[in-house]
Design a binder for this molecule. Structure first.
Ligand SMILES: Nc1nc2c(c(=O)[nH]1)N[C@H]1C(S)=C(S)[C@@H](COP(=O)(O)OP(=O)(O)OC[C@H]3O[C@@H](n4cnc5c(=O)[nH]c(N)nc54)[C@H](O)[C@@H]3O)O[C@H]1N2
Ligand SMILES: Nc1nc2c(c(=O)[nH]1)N[C@H]1C(S)=C(S)[C@@H](COP(=O)(O)OP(=O)(O)OC[C@H]3O[C@@H](n4cnc5c(=O)[nH]c(N)nc54)[C@H](O)[C@@H]3O)O[C@H]1N2
Ligand code: SF4
Ligand SMILES: [Mo]
Length: 751
């Protein structure tokens, strides 16, 4: 199976590794003895996390040892039975299957779904791009459209690039308005901050104020200075009414950002109908409170508004994301310490001046529902349509990489049936689960402890600039995930199952190096390409690419061995990471809009206000609303097979308020049938005053009691799949993001 890089007879050795399981980037200290993990603790010397760890990180050894984790590729026979095969045979089976599909000449017949763990490993962050390019399909889907696509779209439109996302400068803020996020359990998202809870405690300890808006009194809400219940899906109205108040009361003062803004007057006009009094019946928050929040935000010296899942995965996700930034900007907190700031990641491309090509959405549309593309992908809420509906462009084969859409996307029962109808499916995944059971070939990547790690995705969302590389702790017999993806790329390029994967590396390296030497802002500017390649020495694979990015990056040594700057060698010599300091102001250089300004009122946002005005005048519905939640010991759908994490009481319960329980004759622990437009599930009731009347909550990622999966621990703690209730017809129209919160449902005692 696996061998320690140290031999099994060695005495205990402690390895340092950045945890790849969530966005927080905690440093782990992993002790290995006799070839096995014997102890995991937080790395007290990690420059960023300073010893913080959560139960998931502590369980990484159990994840690595999980006997259900696939170690060899699987191929499904004509009889439906799985066979373990060699890697060579598995890639041959992939080549044959894909060849059959591609013979039709319809490139769109092959679809792809990319799941969340892609952004937590070098395979996904480096090797997916060449794979997608080679695929040439328009049928690209990912977990982004059940998550943060609204944030990409609003930031893309305002700042010019979908990844130019300002993050709350947590450690210096003295006022934080948080909506729809529960970092006490999730450890944060699009705001990488190991020990997020500790940082919130510190904010309050230095006299700062934390206000949490959530239809549930979450753990974060309980530890805030103030918690406000809000009707699910209505945060946009609260936020826009706060903007209204800032204008009405003369509190608009963007400060140093002012010269870089465009469109302030349009914003004032847009929010005019949304007075605190007008929105109060919709949000359930009284007008005085809304005005007070706006005044507090304007009055605080260092303030920031942070919204996440609960405000993004709703019908006005993009407008909510936009409104959070507008509030931060109008109160003078954009690009200021303690406000919302733009990180400068070590592997990033240095820039000399503002301006760029800008960001567009809707460059093409989905075939069946005519939904707009965003970031080159289509909304996953329409994946089943594209599989089921006949005609040119119909998806007949699917590649999934690190995704479990049959648990994580809306109306997943329908998608489940659609996947069963495919001609061919390949999954790159370590588990045989609800999604991968439909595959014809499963290619399992190595465990997180068997691969190197560098957080290319999250370095750009950190509350401090940091750089951290960890080598693999164990060796793997099979290919790395990078090699798996590179091989798939070559198969798709028609090179067959055995071509040399170094070719894919070479193309990536040449492109990156060419850009670096011609970028006047890069320390590598002006160097000759052969000189750069020679400086990279004999590193291979992702480490070679990383070395190039780091050395040509904003802190890089520019390939000058005598220079002080960053390189892979430097990171290897610093296993606890390198702190590059607090976030620094980056306006205007960071802006990639064509005119180099912040677009405060981009046209697609202005257009979407039509929908918002109609929603304001619509009658307030009294339907019961379903929202989601996360638990510290759970990670979306895929860590329920780790015994340490599912211990204890059932966490997949339906939270409901005592008034709603009484109205339906439901007692604590009773089984409740929850029904939406698309389906029904049955879950045990947990009656609590921590949830708002009229709202019920069910976590996602559960429902492991299906035929044909090989997750024995999860199957014994199945829970129910909340995405049997979420509705694929309801989207944030602008970004195509699915609605996973504020779902209208009915409840009844199970008979
Ligand atoms: N109702 C509801 N639904 C939600 C959400 C919600 O709040 N409510 N949240 C949404 C969000 S934010 C997200 S990000 C999505 C997640 O959606 P997905 O990414 O589709 O689902 P995950 O549960 O993260 O499943 C990850 C898959 O990757 C596999 N995997 C784990 N590690 C690796 C690896 O290193 N390499 C590879 N190749 N595979 C790996 C796992 O076995 C699993 O099959 O779910 C979304 N769904
Ligand atoms: N332990 C753990 N950590 C995780 C994950 C996990 O599954 N488990 N998943 C990771 C991923 S992929 C992500 S994207 C992040 C997400 O991280 P967060 O954004 O912090 O997500 P949640 O913890 O689900 O918190 C969402 C909150 O929104 C509230 N909410 C629901 N609807 C509304 C609404 O309409 N308005 C408002 N104001 N609030 C609402 C819910 O009650 C809940 O408390 O977490 C990451 N970290
Ligand atoms: S908070 Fe996230 S990064 Fe930190 S140990 Fe837990 S799972 Fe790992
Ligand atoms: Mo996510």
């Amino acid at each position: 199976m696996t061998d320690a890089t140290t031999s099994p007879t060695d005495t205990a050795v402690t390895h340092f590794k950045t945890c790849p399981l969530c966005e927080a980037m905690c440093g782990l200290a992993i002790t290995v003895e006799g070839g096995a993990v014997t102890h995991v603790r937080g790395d007290a010397d990690d420059v960023f996390s300073q010893g913080f760890i959560c139960p998931k990180g502590a369980a990484i050894g159990q994840l690595h040892d999980d006997p259900d984790r696939l170690r060899a590729p699987r191929v499904k026979g004509d009889d439906g039975a799985w066979r373990e095969v060699s890697w060579g045979d598995a890639f041959k089976a992939v080549d044959e299957g894909l060849r059959r599909v591609r013979q039709s000449g319809d490139r769109d017949a092959l679809g792809v779904y990319l799941g969340n763990p892609n952004v937590h490993n070098l395979g996904g962050t480096l090797y997916v791009r060449p794979l997608l390019k080679t695929l040439g399909t328009r049928n690209i889907f990912s977990a982004s459209t059940v998550d943060q696509m609204p944030r990409h779209v609003s930031c893309g439109l305002m700042f010019g690039s979908a990844t130019t996302i300002p993050v709350p400068d947590l450690d210096r803020a003295d006022y934080l308005l948080m909506l729809g996020a529960n970092p006490w359990q999730s450890n944060g998202s699009l705001c990488t901050a190991p020990d997020f809870p500790g940082r919130l405690k510190a904010l309050r300890a230095r006299g700062g104020r934390l206000v949490v808006v959530d239809p549930r009194r979450s753990k974060t809400a309980r530890r805030a200075d103030e918690h406000l219940f809000i009707r699910p899906g209505t945060d946009v109205f609260l936020l826009v009414a706060m903007i209204h108040t800032l204008f009405e009361e003369g509190l608009v003062d963007p400060g140093a950002a002012a010269p870089h803004l465009k469109g302030l007057d349009e914003v004032r006009e847009l929010v005019r109908p949304f007075s605190p009094d007008a929105v109060a019946p919709t949000t359930g928050i009284d007008a005085d409170t809304t005005r007070r929040l706006a005044r507090e935000l304007a009055g605080a010296s260092r303030a920031v508004v942070y919204g996440r899942i609960g405000v993004h995965t709703v019908p006005f996700g993009t407008l909510s994301s936009w409104a959070c930034d507008v509030l931060t900007i109008l109160t003078g907190n954009l690009d200021q310490p303690g406000g919302a700031m733009f990180p400068m990641e070590a592997h990033g491309v240095p820039r000399a001046s503002a301006g760029g090509r800008g960001f567009q959405i809707g460059r093409w549309r989905s075939r069946v529902r005519q939904l707009p593309e965003a970031l080159g992908e289509l909304p996953v809420a329409t994946l089943a349509d594209e599989i089921e509906t006949e005609g040119p462009g119909q998806i007949r084969a699917l590649l999934t990489v690190a995704g479990n859409p049959v648990r994580s996307t809306p109306n997943s029962a329908r998608l489940d049936a659609a996947l069963a109808s495919l001609d061919f499916m390949v999954s790159v995944d370590p588990y045989l689960n609800a999604t991968t059971r439909h595959a014809d070939v499963i290619l399992p990547p190595p465990s997180p402890l068997e691969r190197p790690h560098y957080d290319l995705a999250f370095a750009g969302f950190c509350v401090r600039n940091v750089s951290n590389y960890s080598p693999p702790i164990f060796q793997t017999q099979g290919p790395s995930e990078c090699e798996i993806l590179a091989r798939l790329t070559l198969i798709l390029a028609g090179q067959g199952p055995a071509a040399d994967t170094a070719f894919v590396d070479a193309i990536m390296l040449n492109t990156l190096a060419g850009k670096a030497v011609s970028n006047p802002a890069s320390p590598a500017h002006g160097r000759a390409l052969p000189e750069v390649m020679a400086a990279l020495g004999d590193r291979q694979g992702p480490e070679r690419i990383l070395d190039l990015m780091l050395r040509a990056g904003p802190y890089g040594d520019g390939f000058d061995p005598a220079a002080e700057g960053l390189s892979m060698a430097k990171l290897e010599a610093n296993p606890h990471g390198i702190d590059l300091g607090p976030l620094k102001p980056r306006l205007p250089e960071v802006l990639k809009t064509p005119d180099g300004k912040v677009a405060m009122a981009p046209q697609p946002i202005v257009d979407d206000f039509d929908r918002l005005r109609s929603a304001l005048s619509a009658e307030v519905s009294d339907a019961l609303r379903l929202v989601g939640r996360r638990h510290l010991r759970s990670n979306n759908s895929w860590m329920h097979n780790v015994p340490l994490l599912v211990r204890g009481k059932n966490r997949c319960t339906l939270l409901l308020h005592p008034d709603d329980a009484a109205a339906h004759g439901i007692g604590d622990g009773d089984r409740v049938v929850v029904t939406s437009r698309v389906g029904s599930v049955e879950a045990p009731a947990e009656i609590t005053e921590d949830i708002m009347p009229g709202v019920v909550s069910l976590p996602h990622g559960w429902g492991h009691d299906v035929e044909g999966i090989e997750m024995s621990v999860a199957a014994a703690h199945p829970g129910v799949n909340s995405n049997q209730l979420t509705d694929e017809a309801s989207l944030d129209a602008l970004s195509g993001n699915a609605t996973l919160n504020a779902i209208p449902v009915t409840i009844a005692l199970a008979i």
